[in-house]
Design a protein around this ligand. Structure first.
Ligand SMILES: O=C([O-])C(=O)C[C@H](O)[C@@H](O)C(=O)[O-]
Ligand SMILES: [Mg+2]
Length: 425
């Protein structure tokens, strides 16, 4: 590699509610560009919060002269980057939304963007799409689900924000209307509701309303561990006839295993299995039936394939989790998902919520699917003007938005708000 460019950006995000609070009006992402000695550039994307930036910089410094094809060497170099203990002691990832926080997971969340950028550059150099570098696609398009959120019409008055055109969704009718917009705009046929926001009865009513409006369509509910075991079991019983799966109803492997013993509804997770180390206990206890992979924190596209192979071995399903992300990551997700043989659930993606991107052309959902790019590399092109614009926003921020904090955003409206203790219900 002749050089690595790191560009933190702030991207507009609508006021999406979750059990911790609400999304801030702008969210940080990091764009990684690696440049080969031949002048080929590869791009990757990951979380842009401070704790990731402080690992990305020393990793970038170690990469001069490194071959983009030497991915194993890249991971060895990442292992050498020191993690500040204060970033991990007693912490969970984004207040628990993404499970445990370990030094390895932090490193993996950073090196994943470099791995994607190297694969992009290597693919361009060889004239091959990334999926070919991963062994080849087994499908031509990857299916995504509509990611429904309770949301406010806009961010609080007086807060600098971009306006979105989705309107408010705070009750079953609002959620059904949002789902209809998703189907009209993108053709999605399966739906996930981010729950843990209102008491379970209201969220059960929203799922029932969806089932009535979209009979037979796969539905999921994800309260991010906000419920007790008895509440989880009750919701599973009440919605068992319409749910494709229930996602992280209760927090932790033991609680999930208890729920799983009491219900036939499959349980999915992106909270209790987010590292390889957590797999043995969760799988032997039967705590989860679907693991939602995420190439960002699992450590890239090849690790995602390894995770899928382990899941296959244990008869556990696999699909994909998503946080706020841009088109580079959607392309990376699509490439790797196209190579996973047993992908039986539509993947999550926040992309429809992101009106802003750093690409010259946005990726398109057609019938809820993204066509797997066959152009060399990821098949996307960075728009340098957009990148500069979003980076300028990051530079101009006084630091308040550079680290995601959904509870802080909620305090603007409810000054006493603190991240709720779980189980909340
Ligand atoms: O559990 C999940 O699916 C997520 O954590 C996805 C996102 O983080 C979502 O909850 C969010 O951004 O509010
Ligand atoms: Mg989840």
């Amino acid at each position: 590699m002749a050089g690595v460019r790191l560009t933190p950006v702030l991207v507009a995000d609508p006021p999406l509610l979750n059990t911790q609070g609400v999304h801030q009006p702008y969210t940080p992402r990091l764009i990684v560009e690696v440049e080969t000695a031949d002048g080929i550039t590869g791009v990757g994307e990951t979380y842009g919060d401070t704790k990731y930036l402080e690992l990305a910089r020393p990793l970038a410094d170690r990469l001069t002269g490194h071959q983009v094809s030497d991915l194993n060497g890249l991971f060895r170099l990442a292992d050498q980057v020191a993690v500040d203990r204060s970033r991990i002691s007693g912490q969970v990832d984004v207040g628990g939304l993404r499970g445990v926080q370990t030094a390895d997971k932090l490193r993996l969340s950073v090196v994943s963007a470099f791995e994607v950028a190297c694969l992009d550059a290597l693919g361009k150099a060889l004239g091959l799409p990334v999926h070919a570098l991963l062994g080849g696609k087994v499908r031509d398009a990857v299916e995504y689900s509509a990611y429904l959120f309770y949301k406010w019409d806009g961010h609080p008055a007086g807060v600098a924000a971009e306006k979105d055109d989705w309107g408010a969704a705070l009750d079953p009718a609002g959620i059904v209307a949002q789902a209809r917009t998703f189907t009209e705009r993108y053709g999605f046929t399966s739906f996930k509701l981010k729950g843990g926001v209102f008491p379970p009865e209201e969220e059960i009513a929203a799922i029932r309303a969806l089932a009535e409006a979209f009979p037979g369509h796969p539905l999921r509910l994800d309260p991010n561990g906000a419920w007790s075991v008895p509440t989880s079991v009750r919701v599973a019983r009440e919605l068992g006839d319409v749910l494709e799966y229930l996602e992280d109803p209760a927090l932790g492997t033991s609680a999930m295993a208890e729920v799983a013993r009491e219900t036939g509804v499959p349980l999915a997770t992106n909270m209790c299995v987010t590292t390889f180390a957590e797999i043995p206990e969760a799988f032997t206890k039967g705590a989860v039936q679907v693991v939602l992979s995420d190439h960002h924190y699992w450590g890239g596209l090849r690790n995602t394939q390894q995770l899928a192979a382990i899941c296959r071995t244990f008869g556990v399903g696999v699909s994909m989790h998503s946080n706020t992300h841009l088109g580079i990551s959607l392309a990376a997700m699509t490439h790797v998902a196209s190579t996973v043989p047993d992908l039986h659930h539509a993947c999550d993606s926040h992309y429809p919520w992101q009106a802003e991107d750093v690409l010259t052309e946005r990726l398109v959902f057609d019938g809820g699917r993204v066509a797997v790019p066959d152009a060399p590399g990821l098949g996307v092109e960075l728009d340098q003007d957009r990148l500069r614009f979003l980076h300028r926003r990051w530079l101009d921020d006084d630091g308040r938005l550079r680290d995601r904090d959904d509870a802080a955003a909620m305090r603007v409206v409810e000054p006493e708000w603190v991240t709720p203790a779980v189980p909340r219900w």
